[in-house]
Design a protein around this ligand. Structure first.
Ligand code: SAH
Length: 218
């Protein structure tokens, strides 16, 4: 089957599973997923499945990317914070639908690969950072849109909800373990946070790095 035939089959499957926003479908159609998938899995690049990337991490299932992107209710003017760059695929999809993506990854080799892919594809509205995304991106906060693509514990990291603007939407997989996660949508209103549990998912864990040791000069 040609890559175009696989692509059409995938887009039809996404539509049938609830990704109905034509802008989101068009973004998925135009981001070459094969560029974000390791050589060994090239034949599955347009299958509706999560795939392994380096260092035990994963590139998300296209359906999950589609549903989460749709649930984020993006506007072309939005600046989006993404936590968990991974392969860079989700960031590239977001970048087609908003003004700029700020994406944070804690594993340096993954971030380097993702940056290389963004350059190769001529994507110029993604800003990257190496570090612990649970701290957010204080210099750019507050954000109207936040997308976390690794699974937190039962509650979202406080720095992330603190950096969500009034009128803002944050999506984060939450749960106690790999088998019990849900995507949760938070909306910040004048009166506080509104929580809405969406669908079950399986993401790799969101890991917090220990606070930086203050090095004493000696
Ligand atoms: N969005 C990615 C998939 C993410 S996999 C894609 O489209 O390919 C989850 C990623 O989150 C992994 O790369 C993992 O290293 C990263 N991660 C986990 N905890 C993190 C943290 N505290 N800060 C930044 N990145 C984190």
């Amino acid at each position: 089957m040609t890559i175009d035939a696989r692509k059409i089959r995938l887009l039809m499957a996404l539509r049938q599973s609830g990704v109905t926003d034509t802008k989101v479908l068009a973004a998925i159609e135009r981001v070459p997923r094969e560029v974000f998938v390791p050589d060994a899995f090239q034949d599955q690049a347009w299958e509706n499945t999560a795939l392994p990337i380096e260092l035990g991490q994963t590139i998300s299932q296209p359906l999950v990317v589609g549903l989460m992107t749709q649930a984020l209710e993006l506007h072309p003017r939005h600046l989006v914070l993404e936590v968990g760059t991974g392969s860079g695929y989700q960031a590239a999809v977001l970048a087609r639908l908003c003004r700029r993506v700020f994406t944070i990854e804690r594993l340096k080799p993954l971030l380097g690969e993702a940056e290389r892919r963004f350059r190769a594809l001529g994507i110029d509205n993604i800003t990257t950072r190496l570090g612990d995304g649970t701290r957010g991106w204080p210099e750019q906060a507050p954000f109207l849109r936040v997308l976390v693509t690794a699974a937190g514990g039962p509650e979202p990291p406080k720095d992330l909800t603190d950096q969500l603007a009034v009128g803002g939407v944050m999506l984060i997989p939450l749960g106690d373990g790999y088998h019990d996660q849900k995507v949760v949508r938070f909306r910040r209103t004048e009166d506080g946070l509104i929580r809405e549990d969406l669908w079950p998912v399986r993401f790799v864990p969101l890991l917090s790095d220990p606070p930086q040791q203050v090095r004493s000069a000696s």
